[in-house]
Design a protein around this ligand. Sequence first.
Ligand code: GAL
Length: 416
Amino acid sequence: MWRRFLIVAVLITAVSVFISIPTFAVPSGTLEINSWWTAGGEAEGLKALIDLFHKKYPNVKVINATIAGGAGTNAKAVFKTRMLGGNPPDTFQVHAGHELIDTWVIPGYMQPLTNLYKSEGWTKVMPKGILDIVSYKGDYWSVPVNIHRANVLWYNKSVFKKYKIKPPRTFNEFFAACKKLSSEGIVPFVMGTKDGWEAGHVFETILIGKLGAHDYKGLWTGETKWSDPRVTDALETLKAIIPYINTDHSALTWDEAGQYLLKGKGAMMIMGDWTNGWFMSVGFKDYGWAPTPDTGGVFDALSDSFALPKGCKHPENVIAWLKVLGSKQGQHDFNKLKGSIPARTDVDISDYNDYLKSAAADWKKDVIVPSVIHGAAACEGWATEYKDAINLFISRPDVSYTQKALIQAAKEYLGS
Ligand code: GAL
């Protein structure tokens, strides 16, 4: 009698363990993903990733928590409040480089992902330059989903053709084009400055053009001084562009300003290659691209990544999400719509558009420099001071005052 009871008990335990293993191991519950991807192209890219996640993990309910504002102007403040307030999102968009490491990793807010990198084999399929900027003290801290290029000049092909303008390679050619277009009643240079970062984006490409890759990088390490006359020249150049910008720039976001290009009322725009994703999403094909003036052969790079905050509510779902982000399929589907190229080197991009194929080729052969506005080159405090100084410059283009502010910011963060 006792023996029969024991056998039944063992059987019941075995069956319940068998039943409970899959329910325990299969991710379920919710996953809150935070990002600022709300514009055309980027929203579709994110949706493609979430769709893929749903296919693999149908039991997890995704909360797609987006906060509008290009370059994360509004989102980053919300992430900070939640992280510091002990209410971290499950996962959030963060730029690889100083933004990730200085803001979140060094102060101890993130969990290392080194085991995941090993089990997923990512160390073998991501380039060293990318692995380096998500690393700190021998561990990996976030999963890069893409590589974006910041120094792209987009132009309306028909407008250029009509006025017989070639894509400008130098600032001289650029200003000659501006003069001609302006005399024809076309807005030469399209810009939206509503979110406060767009002028800083344009200016970093001017700095690269004026200083070259090596010395531009030196601005962020202390090797190049911000008092350098080439920085003065870069500010003078931005000042000279201002009269050629659409006058309603302060009311427009980057994509709203892009409407000038779409309608053929504006000719050129300097913006990252999420613009390529946006053009695709609105069905606009009449565009060409070139490196921004005097930056041919240089790739101003940034990478979006996601991480695992300490104390988040659904860590196992975040791990599942990160696996999708880092997978071949995830990187393929996302970047095709987003306008960026995969961070992985083994993704087949033969079905990508011509711009993306050209970006992938440039990424392999160009000199890579880090973007400051998009978190790669400097810590957030410094990047913010830089951004604010240049944004103010658009309404008050005082070269000497602004250069002093830039010198001061560098002193604060480099300590010399
Ligand atoms: C960047 C981000 C891109 C894109 C862009 C415009 O900071 O890395 O993925 O979203 O902002 O919002």
